[in-house]
Write a protein that binds this ligand. Sequence first.
Ligand SMILES: Cc1cc2nc3c(=O)[nH]c(=O)nc-3n(C[C@H](O)[C@H](O)[C@H](O)COP(=O)(O)O)c2cc1C
Length: 187
Amino acid sequence: MPVGSPRANGNSAAIARRFLAKAEGLNAETRTFELNRLTYRGCQGCYGCKSAADHCVLADDLTQVLEVVKEADVVVYASPVYYGDITAQLKGFMDRTFSYLVPDYETNTQPTRLPPGKNLLFILTQGDPDPEHFADIFPRYEYFLKWGAFAQIRLVRACGVGGEGAADVPPDVLFQAEEVASRFCER
Ligand SMILES: Cc1cc2nc3c(=O)[nH]c(=O)nc-3n(C[C@H](O)[C@H](O)[C@H](O)COP(=O)(O)O)c2cc1C
């Protein structure tokens, strides 16, 4: 679970933690990566993952995260909205997931190196209370996530939650995160 907020106890982390607590209650083994604590570069556009190797050729703190996400049955991406998008921390990770795509991903019926059947939860939080604002973010990323051949992709989103002080996520949003965990992790 890569989390993209610099606020370890912020809103997006609170939603992610609620998902995690439910998942662990269902005996799921979990890993959390606070991207803000890691040292890594954005994708260098070298296409080494399309020629020299079947993985990202950069060696830094994201190497392990990319490997763990590749093997996970369930993946959670969590981020606050910063200037109308996900944070630089999560975007940096997302760009490096280009390495999951096979060289001919644009035409291949199996564009991804990821094992099939994964489920993905996308968590977004924003200060703006109007859900129509920044509603474009998830569909834009979902478009690319479809190359990842995820079985199910779900969004849990909190609007009108500020970035100062403690997390302030409405209970119904936390409940949605639990529901997704039940759906994804119940066997
Ligand atoms: C640099 C920065 C940019 C932000 N940009 C937006 C924005 O474009 N739209 C918005 O609704 N909120 C914006 N916010 C507010 C955060 O998205 C909001 O407080 C969020 O709930 C914080 O999540 P966190 O507690 O997980 O860090 C911004 C906050 C910061 C610090």
